[in-house]
Design a protein around this ligand. Structure first.
Ligand code: ZN
Length: 151
């Protein structure tokens, strides 16, 4: 794990709780205490009502591919063994969008609207990254977000 060569996130004051949660295997996002909007990326102000009181809430970790690209070219040598790989914008069920990778399936199976769920990859002692993989079909059919019981 110590020979991890790819760039690592550098947590800021605002994003530290997010990365700490990833290390615990939880995906958390901020929610405005005033207007209930979900807020991402982490920030000190609600971008809907400018409220300054935001609370961390645990996400379902489920969403859909909003957009994606397949990288066939090496832009950083540490990624060379993974070519081709998918960089995607995932829209969570809560409505916020995160930039991540789609793993667990060949790139040609990725498409917009593909239902995905978060997975965590511990890459160093201090850093756990969040990625997304396709959801098993049994978890999708007949289960709209409103029908799911709260976790
Ligand atoms: Zn707000």
């Amino acid at each position: 794990m110590t020979d991890y060569q790819k760039p690592l996130p550098i947590p800021s004051l605002e994003s530290r709780p997010f990365w700490d949660a990833c290390r615990r295997g939880e995906l958390v996002i901020q929610r405005c205490d005033q207007c209930s909007a979900f807020v991402f990326p982490p920030r000190p102000l609600c971008d809907v009502c400018l409220g300054t009181s935001l609370s961390w809430t645990r996400s379902t970790g489920r969403g859909r591919v909003f957009s994606y690209v397949v990288y066939h070219r090496v832009y950083h040598q540490a990624f060379a063994p993974e070519i081709p790989y998918v960089v995607a914008i995932v829209e969570l069920d809560e409505g916020v969008r995160l930039l991540s990778n789609i793993v667990g399936c060949p790139p040609e199976q990725v498409r917009c609207e593909l239902p995905v769920e978060v997975v965590f990859e511990r890459v160093t002692d201090d850093t756990t990254l969040f990625k997304f993989q396709p959801r098993p079909r049994s978890h999708i059919e007949g289960a709209s977000p409103k029908e799911r019981s709260p976790a």
